[in-house]
Design a protein around this ligand. Structure first.
Ligand SMILES: [Zn+2]
Ligand SMILES: [Zn+2]
Length: 761
């Protein structure tokens, strides 16, 4: 081996090792190899994604687990892939079209989809390349895409099964609608944010009592155009006499009944509320209870429609202004108050979500939720940290049907066909050539124009990636997977639904442990975002300090499941750690270019070991045990700190200093003995370090002469502490550790004293 250069060139080493690992197929696993499986599926990043610091944290955690389990001898694989991200990707391509002055309608469905696929081919692997930069040991030949052929087949299969079982149905329901994206959103995709708004108090004239009103408070006055009633609480004495009477809808003059419903909270506003079934989910339910016909007053772009009478064609917010002015002019506006409330925003484009009545497809969730709830209650699936069990359970207990149709083009098209000749409707696994009922030809058949919610493909991810519904050796061997590593934001979107899908279609849970990590925040505790300008770009950190510095810093700073506060400078922590290790290695090389022949498994005898040797060997055993236990318990930062403390303090600060006297001395036997201790301890520490800092450890593994050609750390064994009897025979006792610790303490005190009193050496 050649001498290590003075400084570690992270950039060159990382590119070189990653290419070599790939070339040797080190990350690949096969069912045929047998053994005990350890499988993880990546939370598939969106094809539109660019690696942000949250991805860096999420994927470093998975990479640490993968490498550690591999070294433990498990048949470990990490299955990668990307998500087609329906709305997000469509938005990206639509924005590009807009620059050309065109819309998706100008192109038509087929041409538009061709553009999206082009975009995907050109830019869709950005995030995959970036994952490789941070060292992700994914089984790349297994990479999947949620719209690839196999996964699309799984989606269609699942849809048809649920449809045929009656678990998928079409209903006219009020759903969250994004007027900008022009599509339905699931409840989870509508993010409720505290918003400063107004509460408008509007007078509804009583039909047969001129000059008298019922005052109704609303935050969205434009929706009054769709009112079909005014409701009060049946036990509210203020309105007892009004129930059953008739009011006049302001502006439009339509007659509205006053109805009594328990849902109305007497303490909100005036205690009387407008009922607008087509534009409010609670009103929709109320309308059903009272047999009222909804009136739709807005279109899919958030513009008022013909139902809005004189306001037809106005944008919803322009209409709000106009109607408030008109009410004021008519003397029907009592007052306006400031009002803080939660308003739904589209999680993709930030637009204010509009509740909208429309025909949509739904999945009945209650029957699917039962086994998924049981899996967590019984402890077969556990969340780490444990507090997420409760969050999951509560959501599952109150689960609502899942709106799965989206009015966009990019995604899995709903495989439901209708026959124009006989009105037969059915779900089919392949485009039908004729109507199965009346035999009408393909030209009379129409496929539903909508596509499925993006999560309808990702909820199948843990088994669709292996080729389900085909039964094969991989699926049998690697399913159920072991650990899922993800963020809390997608417990409902994704984790919970995967458990349901696994139980339903595989008859078994998809994973046994869900590790939920925290959020990366800036030093002020704010979430990182482009608009705040406070985000740390992981790729800039990789450029500047190297991937290992990024990884080690993230792990050192992130306590289990807690948020982490980070700025650019924090990454010096990992970089400095790497430099310290590098310098120790160079020092060792200075005293012998090749490690002693028995570096891997030296046999020490008690009589040769000094108390400092024993102290170091005992600390090494302790570090091995602690590192292993911390990884088993998902305490990633304790694992990182164990290595940091051992390598930095026990090894570099004390032992290397202690060894200097000997290595520069003239007792050849002592020199040789000390070198054996050092190489044994250092090479073992490199193995422990590999999951955390894969590149630096590999560079040193080979640079020091431990690993020959084809001998990579990923193939090396995870160290085990010395058995107790061997420890006792070598005198690696707590007494020795305490004695040397005390000695270190004394030296530290003496140094302080020396500098305090200015005593010359
Ligand atoms: Zn939107
Ligand atoms: Zn037919």
């Amino acid at each position: 081996m050649s001498e290590l250069p003075k400084t570690y060139d992270a950039r060159a080493a990382e590119a070189r090792w990653y290419a070599e690992w790939l070339e040797k197929g080190l990350f690949h696993g096969e069912a045929a190899a047998g053994g005990t499986p350890f499988c993880m599926v990546i939370p598939p990043p969106n094809v539109t994604g660019i690696l942000h610091i949250g991805h860096a944290l999420n994927n470093t955690l998975q990479d640490v687990l993968l490498r550690w389990r591999r070294m433990q001898g498990r048949n470990a694989i990490w299955v990668p892939g990307t998500d087609h991200a329906g709305i997000a990707t469509q938005n990206v391509v639509e924005r590009a079209l807009k620059k050309e002055g065109r819309t998706r309608d100008d192109l038509g469905r087929e041409e538009f989809l061709r553009r999206v696929w082009d975009w995907k081919t050109q830019y869709g692997d950005t995030i995959i390349r970036q994952l490789k930069k941070i060292g992700a040991a994914c089984d790349w030949p297994r990479e999947r895409f949620t719209m690839d052929e196999g996964l699309s087949r799984a989606v269609t299969e699942v849809f048809c099964r649920l449809y045929d079982e009656g678990l998928i149905y079409r209903g006219h329901y009020i759903i969250n609608w994004c007027p900008r994206c022009g599509t339905a959103l699931s409840d989870e995709e509508s993010e409720h944010r505290p918003t400063r708004g107004k509460l408008y108090y509007i007078r509804y004239p009583i039909a047969d009592e001129p000059g008298r009103f019922v005052v109704v408070a609303t935050t969205r006055p434009e929706t009054l155009l769709g009112d079909v009633a005014v409701a009060v609480n049946p036990r509210d004495p203020r309105y007892a006499a009004h129930v059953g009477r008739e009011l006049r809808l302001p502006v439009l003059g339509r007659a509205l009944p006053v109805i009594a419903d328990d849902f109305v909270a007497p303490e909100f506003g005036t205690g009387a509320v407008k009922v607008t079934p087509a534009h409010d989910p609670n009103d929709f339910d109320m309308g059903r209870r009272h047999g009222l016909t909804p009136i739709v007053v807005m279109d899919g772009q958030g513009r008022m429609n013909e139902g809005a009478g004189p306001y037809a064609g106005q944008d919803r917010f322009a209409c709000r202004k106009q109607i408030v002015a008109d009410l004021e002019a008519a003397g029907l506006l009592e007052k306006i108050e400031d009002h803080d409330h939660a308003v739904g925003h589209c999680y993709r484009c930030d637009c204010v979500v509009e509740p909208r009545l429309s025909p949509q497809w739904f999945v009945k969730m209650k029957p699917l939720a039962q086994p998924a709830l049981e899996a967590v209650r019984s402890g077969r699936i556990r969340f780490v940290p444990e507090r997420w069990n409760k969050v999951y359970t509560e959501w599952m207990e109150n689960i609502r049907d899942w709106c799965i149709s989206r009015q966009i083009w990019w995604g899995h098209r709903i495989p439901v066909y209708t026959c124009a000749a006989c009105e037969h409707e059915w779900a089919a696994r392949a485009a039908p050539g004729a109507c199965p009922t009346c035999g009408a030809g393909a030209d009379r058949l129409r496929q539903d124009p909508d596509v499925l919610d993006t999560w309808f493909s990702s909820w199948l991810w843990p088994f669709s990636v292996f080729g389900w519904p085909e039964e094969n050796a991989d699926l049998k061997f690697y399913y159920p997977t072991q650990t899922l590593c993800t963020a809390s934001e997608i417990i409902f979107f994704w984790v919970a639904r995967m458990v349901m899908a696994g139980c339903k279609f595989m008859g078994d849970i998809p994973f046994d442990t869900v590790y939920i990590h925290g959020t990366v925040r800036d030093p002020q505790g704010r979430k990182m975002s482009k608009s705040l300008g406070n985000s740390v770009d992981p790729l800039t950190i990789v450029e500047k300090y190297g991937a290992d510095a990024l990884r080690a810093s993230l792990m050192l700073l992130t306590a289990t499941g807690q948020d982490v506060y980070i700025s650019d400078e924090k990454f010096e922590l990992g970089r400095n750690f790497g430099t310290k290790i590098w310098n120790a290695a160079r020092f060792m090389q200075l005293h012998g270019a090749t490690p002693p022949p028995d570096w891997a498994a030296p046999v020490f005898t008690a009589d040769r070991l000094t108390s400092d040797d024993r102290h170091l060997l005992a600390k090494l055993d302790g570090a091995i045990a602690a590192a292993t236990e911390n990884l088993e318990r998902f305490r990633f930062n304790d694992y990182a700190h164990t290595l940091y403390d051992f390598l930095w303090h026990d090894y570099c600060d004390w032992y290397v200093e202690y060894a200097k006297d000997i290595l520069y001395g003239d007792d050849a036997a002592r020199r040789e003995h000390t070198r054996r201790v050092m190489h044994h301890v250092f090479s073992t520490a490199l193995r422990l370090l590999h999951p955390l800092m894969p590149f630096l450890s590999e560079e040193l593994w080979h640079g020091m002469g431990y690993g020959g050609a084809d001998e990579y750390l990923l193939r090396a064994a995870w160290p085990a502490p010395r058995p107790a009897d061997e420890r006792a025979a070598l005198g690696l006792t707590p007494d020795v550790v305490a004695y040397v610790d005390a000695k270190h303490e004394l030296i530290r005190a003496a140094r302080t004293l020396k500098s305090d009193l200015n005593i010359p050496p």
